[in-house]
Write a protein that binds this ligand. Structure first.
Ligand SMILES: [Zn+2]
Length: 216
């Protein structure tokens, strides 16, 4: 499932009662489209005269980018609620996921059969799954540099742009050869498309495998 605001609200209330004794005040639960993290507890800090600090603008962000098992969204929410609990109670921890965080986490995992971890980040597989899967036709340039390095560049299917790119690169004197292919395999969506005169250095063998699978 994908996280929704109403699901988060309902679960926040449930876990607050169940795990945190109902002592966490409501805060905004914001759905984001982030591909790099699953959840994040955010706040801002104001430092007053004599160093006293207050925190404001507290919120929990949960990414709805990925289709995840319900329990994983819940674990992510509880993880962020632990951060919230620590801040709300002015508890000093040894680091962001320090001793206090970890002991609360393993206590909750044990008591409620959860699988909360210290990671906020989506795994490599999850980030892959979040990539745009729509086939888009683009021009792939494979560049061979005089110094032996190889790189790729994805260009929009606009002949004038491809020509301009080709001219600029050859003029640089650093290029030994450029091959062009039309590709539509969604695998290429991981690369940005632009007409800027840059190049992405990457594993060309893997790129070539995807050229053939797009039937060019
Ligand atoms: Zn965390």
């Amino acid at each position: 499932m994908k996280a929704t605001e109403s699901f988060l609200k309902e679960r926040f209330a449930l876990f607050n009662e169940m795990i945190f004794g109902g002592r966490l005040p409501d805060i905004p639960l914001v759905i984001s489209d982030a591909a790099s993290y699953l959840g994040m507890f955010c706040y801002r800090t104001r430092t007053h005269l004599f160093g006293k600090k207050t925190h404001y603008d507290l919120k929990i962000r949960i990414s709805s980018r990925l289709d995840l098992p319900e329990s994983e969204i819940e674990d992510t929410l509880i993880h962020e609620m632990i951060h919230y609990w620590i801040l709300h109670n002015n508890i000093r921890d040894t680091s962001r996921h320090g001793k206090v965080f970890r002991s609360m986490m393993s206590d909750i995992n044990g008591r409620y059969g959860r699988h909360i971890t210290v990671s906020h980040r989506a795994t490599k597989e999850q980030r892959e799954a979040a990539l745009d899967k729509r086939p888009r036709q683009r021009v792939l340039a494979i560049l061979l540099f005089r110094d032996g390095r190889e790189g790729v560049k994805l260009l929009p299917c606009i002949p004038a742009r491809v020509k301009a790119y080709d001219r600029a690169l050859r003029r640089s004197g650093k290029i030994a050869d450029i091959e062009y292919y039309t590709v539509s395999d969604p695998w290429f969506n991981r690369f940005p498309t632009s007409s800027a005169f840059n190049v992405i250095i990457t594993d060309i063998n893997e790129v070539r495998r995807h050229i053939s699978s797009s039937g060019n």
